[in-house]
Design a protein around this ligand. Structure first.
Ligand code: E4P
Length: 217
């Protein structure tokens, strides 16, 4: 399973990239805003991110109509070979994804909340489809069940679209998505950081060092 970091913060991306544990990056307009990146600085920022690791970097369009999304997508795709154009799950979005797939441009269909939407994205030729687990659970719906359902559908028909589980709120979400066969999980830095921890590791290391110090002074 591939692990992406869900952030536009270059310091955090650099830190995890240097540990060789992340395979790519996802951003969205909210994450770009969080870093204070205004429209005129977006392209440079995406290139900066691409230069921090060798893997896909999702950059989202802002336009919502077909012509506007296509225009933005073509500019984004030219920024760097690792850019994946993130397109929202709408009729115009699906039309744009299809057009981009015929041009060999990688796409990530975002804001996916049902298997039906995932099926449409796969039929349009999306490279990735992003079901949002946490936001579904926020409204008491079964986010992990959605991953399972999409996995079954894609396997039934041999769709090549990769399932990119998004909106991850806990380490357990991440592990369950791995069990369910998500191709990729994108998670915030805080969740990836938690993956390192176990109380028995901390306790065990303290004991090893104490025993060593007792003998060696
Ligand atoms: C996915 O690509 C999105 O950027 C992200 O995972 C959304 O997560 P959120 O629901 O925590 O905002």
């Amino acid at each position: 399973m591939k692990l992406f970091i869900d952030t536009a913060n270059t310091k955090l991306i650099k830190e995890l990239s240097e540990l060789n544990i992340i395979d790519g990056v996802t951003t969205n307009p909210s994450l770009m805003a969080k870093e204070g990146i205004k429209d005129e600085a977006c392209d440079d920022h995406y290139v900066r991110i691409c230069n921090l690791l060798n893997g896909p970097v999702s950059a989202e369009v802002i336009a919502t109509d077909f012509a506007g999304m296509l225009k933005e997508a073509l500019v984004l795709a030219k920024l760097h070979e690792n850019i994946v154009v993130k397109i929202p799950m709408t009729k115009s979005g699906i039309q744009t994804i299809h057009k981009l797939s015929t041009k060999g441009i990688q796409t990530n269909c975002t804001l996916v909340f049902s298997s039906a939407q995932a099926l449409l994205a796969a039929k349009a030729g999306a490279t990735y489809v992003s079901p949002f687990i946490g936001r579904l659970e926020d409204i008491n719906e079964d986010g992990l069940g959605l991953i399972k359902s999409i996995r079954t559908i894609f396997d039934n028909y041999g769709f090549k679209t990769q399932i990119l589980a998004a909106s991850i709120r806990t380490p357990n979400h991440l592990i369950k998505c791995a069990e369910l066969g998500a191709d990729v999980v994108t998670a915030p830095y805080s969740i990836i950081n938690e993956l390192f921890n176990h109380s028995l590791t901390t306790k065990g290391l303290e004991q090893f060092l104490a025993d060593h110090a007792a003998l060696n002074g």
